[in-house]
Design a protein around this ligand. Structure first.
Ligand code: ZN
Length: 458
């Protein structure tokens, strides 16, 4: 008997949390934060839906917040067993969870100050830094392709090619083999290797984020970046790139370095204006063997794949502020990736009203964010409570996704020949589109998982 229950990332793309029960063992795969609009983030404060003290093990596919962000809640509720993850995933999760605790604390202080005056109650942070440290204490490191024994079950991490350290999970018992996809990466990325293909399996939990969609080819994306930067610099403006600190920042650094070396963009001053992205870039250098082929080739030549003479790292506020005096010819990468906060806001404030400047989006922009408003063509936006007229050029690059598109998801899942496929991690209409394609192209039946529903899988 095998059962599968998704307590998150079922009908949403965030909050990944899946319970697999097999041979009387209960394994939780991921326990991530719900992110996005208020009605989704409100789910973080609802009961988990299961008793964490009954779990035999927790397995973490990768360090993104929507996969690891609620782990401290398990520990608050009494979980004291192992949390298995690859070594780089531990490092990534450490940064991400501590950053999350810090941001929650700061948001709370700010909200309290504002709301107390209006007599409203502000809920405290979900967890503190101390909760994060208690959670990190439970981590045990797993290596790719070396099974871990959880009771009678064998649990194996396989490279998912999504971000540094990312894995999909193979759980094998007497009754069956279950594969949990985590997030599947794309082929021919720079920073991380191609995803491995899974073995034959009875049951698959498959992410469906980009069901029904096909990404633009990488070379085309790079050409668009080169053209945009060249034109904005020629016009006498600055280029702003709102950047996610992990993976996307390293991807963009590698691409800009390549474009610079190949003479495809003018010699510009480039700034990585994000302490978190600087830390993650250092972390990538620590695991050269786990990086993609293109990056490895550069390392083998004795060069740094994420640096070149035109790049400046600005860690402190003071260094960051100096960028404000540059009127033209700068490429500025800063967080947050959806322009919901962070240093990018200041750069947008300084540049959005200038028609010679440009904003280059390189990642997904959720509804309700400033990034989405700019992409949707807003004429005026509000930053720091002040109206800012939008005159800068806005460009969107779609080819840098760290997620497999539909053709790649089909390629990935085909070798499993699974009789039971559960579609998770997708927002309508993506899972429905993938469901139709699975049936039509691979003859595979699938179920779109609903949150909190236990499905007998075999
Ligand atoms: Zn992810």
């Amino acid at each position: 008997m095998v059962t599968v229950t998704s307590y998150g990332a079922a009908g949403t793309v965030t909050g990944s949390c899946h319970l697999i029960e097999m041979d009387d063992i209960r394994i939780l795969v991921d326990c991530g934060m719900f992110q996005g609009e208020d009605y989704i983030t409100a789910l973080n404060r609802e009961p988990l839906g299961f008793d964490p003290t009954t779990l035999d093990a927790v397995v973490l596919t990768h360090g993104h917040l929507d996969h690891c962000g609620r782990l401290p809640l398990l520990v608050q509720e009494g979980y004291s067993g192992p949390i298995y993850a690859t070594r780089p995933t531990y490092d990534v999760a450490r940064f991400i969870l501590l950053d999350s605790a810090r941001i929650q604390h700061e948001d709370w202080l700010r909200a309290e100050e504002h709301e107390v005056r209006h007599g409203r109650h502000v809920p405290p942070p979900l967890y503190t830094e101390q909760d994060v440290f208690d959670t990190l204490d439970l981590f045990e490191t797993a290596r790719y392709d070396e099974p871990i024994q959880v009771g009678p079950l064998r649990v194996t991490f396989k490279n998912a090619g999504h971000i540094l350290g990312s894995a999909f999970i193979v759980i094998e018992g007497r009754a069956a083999r279950v594969v949990c996809s985590g997030d599947v990466g794309t082929w021919e990325q720079h920073v991380v290797p191609d995803p491995e293909l899974p073995p034959e399996a009875d049951v698959v939990l498959l992410e469906s984020t980009y069901g029904g969609q096909t990404h633009e080819p990488l070379e085309q994306a790079m050409e668009k970046i080169a053209t945009f930067i060249s034109e904005v610099v020629e016009a006498g403006g600055n280029v702003l790139i709102p950047t996610f600190a992990l993976e996307r920042a390293q991807d963009v650094l590698f691409i800009l370095r390549k474009l610079d070396r190949e003479g495809r963009i003018p010699r510009v001053k480039t700034f990585l204006d994000s302490p978190l992205a600087i830390n993650f870039t250092r972390l990538h250098r620590r695991y050269p063997e786990q990086l993609g082929e293109a990056v490895k080739r550069v390392i083998l030549r004795g060069e740094d794949p994420f640096s070149w003479p035109g790049l400046t790292l600005t860690r402190t506020q003071r260094e960051s502020r100096r960028i404000d005096y540059i009127e033209s010819g700068a490429v500025i990468m800063a967080g947050s990736g959806m322009a919901t906060g962070g240093r990018i806001l200041r750069h947008l404030f300084n540049n959005l009203w200038r028609e010679e400047s440009g904003v280059l989006f390189v990642g997904f922009q959720a509804e309700g964010t400033l990034g989405r408003a700019l992409l949707d063509g807003a004429d005026e936006v509000e930053i720091y409570g002040e109206p800012v007229v939008v005159k800068a050029r806005i460009e969107n690059i779609e080819g840098l996704s760290a997620h497999a598109d539909e053709p790649q998801l089909l390629k990935w899942v085909a070798p499993t020949r699974a009789s039971r496929v559960f579609l998770i991690h997708g927002e309508s209409p993506a899972p429905e589109a993938l469901q139709a394609s699975l049936k039509e192209k691979l003859g595979m039946e699938s179920t779109i998982s609903e949150r909190g529903v236990t499905y007998p899988a075999l």
